[in-house]
Write a new protein. Structure first.
Length: 279
């Protein structure tokens, strides 16, 4: 009987908190409308509905600091990316009493394609056995070379033994040479160590769900996006800036003026380490 009573009380509490959250959301309607606008196929009403749905599915968010939660919602609105949806564009995750906004690799790609000059984006991870077998070539210069012939259908033993050598991203542009970025294993490990998710057991880095090493591909994509033309698509630069700050422990907060402020920690820009790339 006591278990049933406890469950009923918990359900009632969640319902009350959802009603309170919904009422608070109304206070941000004008802000969300300005941030989301009418571009990219997401209306302010659709965005607001997706927020309510996401929070209902993750009631632990309601136990977090409410200002932290709304800061994440507004960051999501600014980038025009719905979070915690099957598309995997962005995620709002409870970390203790704080809420962390994270851009998924699909979100970075989605934002990049908003630039009409971007024609295609792809990324890959190269493993040590592919290098040893001569299946990867990379050199910089006037005639940049990037060739990767992936090894397919490894045995379980080979899968277990393989190690990441590097990750790369290629962005093809209209009327320009493609943008190619490569991050070597040392750089990828540095990025992981700087990431708040790098030490989390529930992170794709560590929970075994990232079977295609998309966390490393995302790092390469983000590095390539830093040199993509930004004219007319401010979300590209903003997404890279926010991901740099938030993924390394920065926190989104609401200021006294009810605006989003990112509390930063020191961040190491990996573009400064490009001379260490393995050719």
């Amino acid at each position: 009987m006591s278990t049933e009573k406890t469950t009923t009380t918990a359900v009632s509490t969640v319902k009350q908190e959802m009603q309170k959250f919904e009422a608070q959301m109304k206070g941000y309607e004008d802000t969300i409308m300005k941030l989301v606008g009418s571009k990219y196929g997401v209306s302010p009403d659709e965005f607001a509905i997706s927020v309510m749905t996401a929070v209902k599915k993750s009631p632990k968010l309601l136990q977090c600091d409410r200002a932290s939660l709304f800061a994440a919602v507004l960051v999501s609105a600014e980038l025009k990316l719905r979070f915690n949806t099957p598309e995997g564009f962005a995620y709002v995750i409870p970390y203790g009493k704080d809420v962390q906004f994270q851009i998924g690799y699909k979100g970075l790609v989605e934002i990049a394609y908003r630039n009409p000059r971007v024609k295609s984006i792809y990324a890959g991870v190269v493993y040590n056995d592919e290098v040893e077998a001569g299946k990867f070539k990379y050199s910089r210069g006037l005639n940049l070379v990037l060739e990767h012939d992936p090894i397919m259908n490894r045995t379980p033993e080979q899968e277990k033994a393989k190690r990441v050598h590097c990750a790369y991203a290629v962005i093809k542009l209209e009327g320009a040479d493609p943008i190619i970025e490569v991050l070597d294993g040392n750089q990828l490990n540095k990025i992981k160590s700087l990431s708040k998710a790098g030490s989390s057991g529930s992170s794709p880095y560590n929970n075994g769900t990232d079977v295609a090493d998309w966390m490393f591909k995302k790092a390469a994509i983000k590095q390539a996006l830093k040199t993509v033309p930004k004219q007319g698509v401010s979300e590209i630069a903003r997404a890279v800036e926010l991901d740099d700050k938030l993924s390394t422990g920065g926190r989104a907060r609401m200021s006294d003026d009810n605006e989003v402020v990112i509390e930063e920690v020191e961040f190491v820009d990996m573009s400064e380490a490009k001379d260490d790339l393995i050719s």
